[in-house]
Design a protein around this ligand. Sequence first.
Ligand code: AMP
Ligand code: ZN
Length: 463
Amino acid sequence: MITTPLSLFDTRTRTLMPVTINNEKCARIYSCGPTVYRDAHVGNLRTFLLSDLIVRTLAYAGFTSTLIQNITDVGHMSEDLHEDKLLAESAKRKLDPYAIARDYEDRFHKDLALIGVAPASGYPRASESIQMMQDLIVELIEKNFAYVGEDSSVYFAAQTFPTYGEISGNRLDALQPGHRYEYTDDGAKRFHADWALWKSAGNRTEMVWDSPWGPGFPGWHIECSAMSLHFLEGHVDLHLGGIDLRFPHHENERAQSNAAAGYEVVTQWVHGEHLLFEGRKMSKSAGNVVLVSDIAARGLDPLALRLSFLENRYRSQIDLTWDALTAADSTLSRWRKKLKDWGASTPTQESEATIAALIALLMNDLATADVAIELRQIERDESIPRGVRAHIFRTIDQIFALDLDRAEALVALTPEQSALLSEREAARADKDYARSDELRDQLLALKIAVKDGPGGQSYEVIS
Ligand code: AMP
Ligand code: ZN
């Protein structure tokens, strides 16, 4: 067991814990990935940035990481209607669910790249990992942690796992029947807090697989147990996700994984707080869902989003605004310009001491907000030689990844290009295809190539 210099708050023990690495010098990290029935919004991206920040901070300290992030393309049921999110989207838009899934998966990768998130070691898809989920379910039945219901679904028997509730504080004896958690409609459960590992197909015909219990599909929670155990070989040093996943998703995952393995599979559970936008929870119905493409369409650098995230610690809620994003965008441009003016880095004893102090802040539960404040002070402090300032900024940028050495800002869209893109999106929504084709040609003349996919319109700036 190796102890790294990075400490993170562990949700289960509610303590600040040094990150430990189980075997070698490589941290094994699992981060719950996107459900690919829609674009990731900026809130999701805040959570997805957390793994990148941790991987970069560990790398600075000399540790490599294996990061696995799953792609949920089956089994994630909506809380209100108990429908598979992918199939509901497929029915609504009369498109193949896999076509929708692959398109949004592609867009997810592009969005991550735009905010400087380095690719994970692997992005296994749920629909391609069915066998490992079934193997795990067989094992859980054999070990008497799970049972086949009269409806041919397989359920995890919550009461067989005595420490259920340690992550979220939701102990089984306090969970009332009818409490709002997933799968309350599962009729064949023996106990109200049991959950489905495998759901019998019933009259569902798409995204269904054969199994020892008849045709069906996996539950969402078993997906993360199966993938983390398989791809990280039985042990997870750090398990990441948004705060809403503590219960029931991570609680159920912990029960499944520990029950099968016979030991505590995850050393540390780390959760990122949520992001609000202009004071409200982002939701389709409130009409305030913000995507990376919305930021780019306003002519702002997507890395301004990354800087806005870094200006807050991952464990505090952020209320993001367009004003804050615009301010972050000008900070970025200013820093890039200054770095160019400051010229070459000149490391000195003084710069090394300052860097050590900044890194210490990051090692203490990723105090990125404090580092951002310090950077602003260093930027203004004329008593610090320019080359020293340059060295400090460049070093911190190995973790902040704001691309500060970029000579020119990314080609920002002109107001005309942005307006035409929005107009074309609206034309497509109105099914006015003649107008949308016209706008496509106009955009092409302005060096914007527009592409349509099941996830909607996307574009590339062509040179
Ligand atoms: P989903 O695609 O809905 O399964 O969510 C992907 C990730 O985004 C999960 O880790 C969620 O916890 C996280 N998440 C969802 N909404 C927000 C939000 N508003 N702010 C931060 N993270 C979020
Ligand atoms: Zn998960």
